[in-house]
Design a protein around this ligand. Structure first.
Ligand SMILES: [Zn+2]
Length: 305
């Protein structure tokens, strides 16, 4: 049985918000089986629990932002990716501001904090979502697709009209290769001219070379360079895992991304759950049963696109 997980003890993390530049303290607390990941703003008179779920996404322009009844928690994706990568199912997260701390712009800090708090297996089996037939979302020439697979895999490609990035492709197999080693350390990236524009609009106030790769027309401005040669596409995978985590369960399928972004990722999860024939939700009592469920899918299923 694959059991649900939470953390062993409460832990607090301080950091600044990428856009607000404001210091924020976030506390993660163990939660009971079946809770899921729930955010709570403790700086407001009115406390509204916000479930980390795809249908709570209210803004995807610069990050993935959750909201309920006018209360917002933004930039959840790097933390959600760390939770998904480590298999944390249940957690209460309260914070004293509207934005999750950006830390170093990757999921590495969140992974370290969660491992420090310890991962604890709980009494009940995890639920997983097995993709039963292909689903696709498209925005312009960007596409995101989920196909049946016996395990969770991601294949991503990006194309930027920039000599240092240009075309990059990366495949990540969740079972065979480590999220922590291969994906979690990849930082967010931005172009210098975009950063200058965002700053002029009062955004990216907390952004710096400490929490993003910044690229000008010819070079990478970070003195230490890149962490991976293809860090850009790996970060796109990290973002997509964080957005897919908002499905609320682990997804068994092959995620295929081409020029993806938060809006597209969210649209794909909506598409997946829009038709019950697209997926099967099963308790991970027997890993073999998950694999068999995924493998029993007819090889040729008409595309939903
Ligand atoms: Zn990101």
């Amino acid at each position: 049985m694959i059991r649900q997980k939470t953390i062993g003890r409460s832990i607090s993390v301080k950091g600044i918000g990428l856009h607000s530049g404001q210091p924020t303290t976030l506390r993660m607390t163990p939660a009971a089986v079946g809770t899921g990941i729930v955010f709570l703003r403790n700086d407001l008179d009115r406390s509204v629990p916000i479930e980390a779920r795809y249908d709570r996404v209210v803004d995807t322009r610069l990050c993935t932002c959750l909201g309920r009844d006018g209360v917002l928690v933004s930039t959840v994706e790097h933390l959600m990716a760390a939770l998904y990568g480590l298999g944390v199912d249940n957690l209460m997260i309260d914070l004293d501001g509207p934005e999750i701390p950006i830390l170093d712009g990757s999921s590495q800090g969140w992974v370290d904090h969660l491992l420090e708090a310890g991962l604890v297996q709980q009494r009940r089996a995890r639920k997983v979502v097995v993709v039963r037939r292909p689903v696709e979302a498209r925005i312009g020439d960007a596409t995101a697709r989920l196909e049946p697979s016996s395990r969770f895999r991601v294949t991503a490609s990006i194309d930027f009209d920039h000599a240092l990035i240009s075309h990059q492709t990366y495949s990540f197999d969740f079972g065979a290769t480590g999220f922590v080693e291969e994906i979690s350390k990849a930082r967010t990236f931005a172009f210098k001219r975009e950063v200058d524009f965002l700053r002029s609009q009062g955004l990216a106030q907390g952004g710096s070379l400490d929490n993003a790769i910044v690229v000008d027309d010819f070079s990478i401005l970070n003195p230490d360079g890149l962490r991976y040669r293809d860090e850009f596409v790996r970060h796109k995978i990290l973002d997509a895992i964080g957005d897919l985590a908002l499905s609320g369960e682990q997804v068994i399928g092959h995620l295929i991304l081409n020029r993806s972004g938060h809006a597209l990722n969210n649209r794909l999860v909506h598409e997946l759950f829009s038709d019950e024939r697209n997926f099967r939700r099963i308790a991970a009592v027997d890993p073999q049963a998950i694999q068999e469920s995924a493998l029993s899918i007819p090889a040729l299923v008409p595309s939903a696109s």
